[in-house]
Design a protein around this ligand. Sequence first.
Ligand code: ZN
Length: 420
Amino acid sequence: MFALLKELFPICRSLTGKGTNQTLDILSRKIPMNISAFTTGTKCFDWEIPNEWNIDSAIINDQSGRTIIDFDDNNLHVLGYSEPVKGWFTLDELKSHIFSFPDKPKSIPYLTSYYHRNWGFCMAHNDFLALRDEKYYVEINSSLSPGNLLIAEAVLPGKIEKEILLSCYFCHPSMANDSLSGVVLVTQLYQELAKQERYYGYRFLFVPETIGSIAYLSQQKDSIKERVQAGLVVTCVGDPGQFNYKQSRQGNCAVDRITENILKFSGFPYSIRPFWPMGSDERQYCSPGFNLPVGSLMRSVYGEFPEYHTSDDNLNFVTEKALQESLEIYLKVLEGLQENRVYRRTNPFCEPQMSKLNLYPKVGAQKLRDDEFCRRMWILNYSDGEHSLIDIAEKLDVSILDLCDTVKILKEAGLLEVLK
Ligand code: ZN
């Protein structure tokens, strides 16, 4: 994952343009993807697909001809979607086109102006303060013209039509944790899940944030509610911070309960956050018209870590270890979702005589019953066709994954059948 992240990191991405195409080309070599294009001007609910933005170079030179800002040094230096510009400007004129964060004086901010025509440069506040009162030569070689916005999908079919949605966004330029960590984790998840037996199918979605998920939803409006069993927006999973789960808007659906259950027994520190209508693409998936069962499992939450949307969200901030731990937790959550079925006793009247089936401890009436026996009793009692496995795991206060082997034993003994 880290190697892929390193390969993708330097590319200048945006909602559209050559950098996004290049990113999807690299990802297509890892996993089979279907790419769909939305042309500029296409209406998607209240939105419209913007022009395609491309940039070749951008500089600011001082009066003596010395280059003081160069897009080639760091792609964050240019305000995303800057229109082209060329000419001499006084410091005062230039100031309204320079963006810096006074509270993070050494970091270059990551800023965009997608829907309002503008041009600008982002720089460390200390460098901004050092600008002398003189004339500067500015040149941004960019273009804004009709083109395409791309969305990529990969699908792993399951036994049934229903799917688990894993959504990430690839529109950020050189940001390692926000955006890219999600892209590499989703790619890795495809590779891991391709090897597994699947009850639900999986849909891996790579979009430019906001406009991409809006375009996708506008195309899938009539079928997506039926199709999505559960979903997660995957981002900010590469930093060493604690896990944070942002619940779906519904707040109590299977993905919410199972993610919390897995985190609780993971040994990692974590917190659970109720849904709030800011953030990433879950804003669209959980808009009232869709209200999909989609949450977001992160480590540090976007907007809250000091490196967020600055040049400090780089390859030093993300670690291989953190990515691996996130992968491990995601795989467990997905396993929990796959295993969360509803069972029914084949004969629900009284307890089965388990000693006949060799399922009862050899010496009866012991004070301490082993955990396995306890799990058997709970599952046999609550497998009434109404309680799902996560219901039982919550009642017993154990990980849902700890119940899977027991279910298998009881099924093989003919005591349980799967209802849904
Ligand atoms: Zn972001």
